[in-house]
Design a binder for this molecule. Sequence first.
Ligand code: ABN
Length: 176
Amino acid sequence: MNWFDRFFERRSRGVAHNTSRRSAITRVGKLVVGTAFALPVLPFDRIGRAQAAEPKGGKAPDKRNDDTACEYWRYCALDGFLCTCCGGTISACPPGTEVSKVTWVGTCHNPFDGKDYLISYNDCCGATTCNRCGCNSNERERPGYRMGVHNDINWCMANSSNTYHCTVAAIVGIGD
Ligand code: ABN
């Protein structure tokens, strides 16, 4: 063994002699806990997440103008499944279904032109419940014992098939 090996052997043995296994574990533990406390305060780049929440180049689309969303302005008193999600349109029943002979009407404010509209919420009948885009908005609704002003009713009651599928929201009048 040359002087170089002997030197390092002595040094290593000295370190091993003066350092217990427990103190080594303590030092590793301190390092881990210290890292856990230090990391959360480090600055993170959250720009990516903010961009994902908001579409490129502007604000999120206004749901009050989306006839497949419960927030659409005409649905202010609609309780049922949206026909726009079930193969129909805002005012036409999906193929294979029939518009209800009786209906209930509500008044909704259009935020885009500032006017109030009378909306007819006809149910579409004759096919099993669509079960997509279920909405429950109840502006100016009244309790069930006043049937004409209650929206939680199957308006297919007067049709040849009473099976409820979805609900449309047609404009039938405009406020002064
Ligand atoms: N007018 C929608 C509806 C249908 C069946 C039961 C409750 C509400």
